[in-house]
Design a binder for this molecule. Structure first.
Ligand code: GTP
Ligand code: MG
Length: 353
């Protein structure tokens, strides 16, 4: 940035005369040379590009190994089918899914529904898309206002570090952008830092937060207070952040029930949504967490986070087949806008492109 001096015509007011007069004065004038390259923005990767990058490992399997297996004019025999199954298994989609795709391909080939390599690849893509959607009408369905006469209450649960608090911030932003009001409850009362993290987000997003009286307070009492205040203030959504827990920690799992019971005292049909956050980079562990949390709680949807990292994409397919819980959103980074409603079409396209 450079400053310079120069002559400039300015309007001045003569105290004897109320009309402004034009005069040529020596004034300090800012001549600003902006060094363009310093403020040049780095091109932002599109959401789809991020997804493709995050799923690179799995994509190599689908767009690389599968492409090689089905080359132009290749015949499909038992060896091809066995190799297909082996390739699918290597993507972490699990035996049940791999077996069902293999069977479907075999049948379609015998019935002459698919005859060439292009048709087979498209057939496999469609099979995966239908597994991702199969019977799960809420797949990719964003959070909606379910309770029309009061706050829609959402509890966010999951293991430590899966991305609960960050996902709450992203979710809040998208709900607020959609024109609804949100209140947050910091029911992860064990760590002061957890309350602080949510408080910072609430300030940035301009939403109210209900906090524990002190570190270690009963999370159920925070939830009770928050529910009462959310009803009183007639907010559209109350989103509850909870401490990370493993399904094996029986006392902590019981604590979740206690939280839900205090909510029910105020609104019997709440919580309206219980969203499980799963870290997409943890592979089979995420499947186990999904199964175990699902045994104890009525989970209405999943958010798969960190799909921008080195995610095991096939796990997502296994998850849909074995858990039968709809994936609602995917997390694609640490920024506030890095949340997208899950689209089976885009996901499969990113795997095969
Ligand atoms: N790359 C990437 N990082 C994410 C994503 N979501 C969350 N993170 C990061 O994961 C880390 C943990 O996120 P938190 O939101 O604090 O996770 P949490 O589940 O609330 O953690 P605890 O409260 O400790 O159980 C942070 O560094 C986040 O920035 C995502 O979609 N992509
Ligand atoms: Mg947290």
């Amino acid at each position: 940035m450079v400053f310079g001096f120069g002559k400039k015509k300015v309007k001045v007011v003569d105290p004897e005369n109320s009309e402004p007069i034009e005069a040529e004065l020596e004034v300090e004038e800012e001549t600003i040379e902006v060094e363009e390259e310093l403020i040049e923005e780095k091109p932002k990767r599109s959401f789809f590009q991020k997804l493709k990058d995050g799923l690179r490992k799995t994509r190599d399997i689908f767009s690389g190994r599968l492409k090689k297996l089905f080359t132009i004019g290749s015949k499909i025999d038992q060896d091809t089918l066995d190799e297909l199954e082996e390739i699918l298994l290597s993507s972490d989609m699990g035996f049940e899914v791999a077996e069902s795709i293999k069977e479907s391909v075999s049948k379609a080939y015998k019935n002459k529904e698919v005859e060439n390599d292009t048709e087979i690849k498209l057939f496999i893509q469609d099979e995966i898309k239908s597994i991702l959607k199969d019977g799960l009408e809420n797949t990719g369905k964003p959070i909606q206002k379910i309770n029309l006469n009061g706050p829609t209450i959402i509890t966010i649960i999951g293991v430590n570090g899966s991305g609960k608090t960050t996902s709450i911030a992203k979710l809040t932003k998208s709900i607020v952008d959609g024109g609804h009001s949100v209140m947050l409850a910091a029911a992860d009362t064990f760590r002061a830092a957890a309350v602080e993290q949510l408080t910072i987000w609430s300030e940035r997003l301009g939403v109210e937060i209900v906090k524990p009286a002190k570190t270690g307070s009963d999370p159920a009492s925070v939830v009770y207070d928050a529910t009462e205040l959310a009803i009183q203030k007639n907010v559209d959504f109350l989103i509850i952040d909870t401490a990370g827990r493993l399904h094996t920690q029986k006392d902590l799992m019981a604590q979740l029930h206690k939280m839900h019971n205090v909510i029910k005292k105020k609104i019997p049909e709440a919580p309206h949504e219980t969203i499980l956050i799963l870290d997409g980079t943890t592979g089979q562990n995420a499947v186990v967490q999904g199964i175990e949390f699902g045994k104890v709680h009525d989970i209405t949807g999943l958010i798969m986070t960190k799909l921008d990292g080195s995610a095991k994409g096939g796990v997502l397919i296994r998850m849909c087949k074995e858990l039968q819980i709809p994936i609602r959103y995917i997390g694609m980074g640490e920024q506030i806008d890095d949340l997208e409603t899950f689209s089976p079409e885009k996901f499969v396209d990113a795997l095969f492109e």
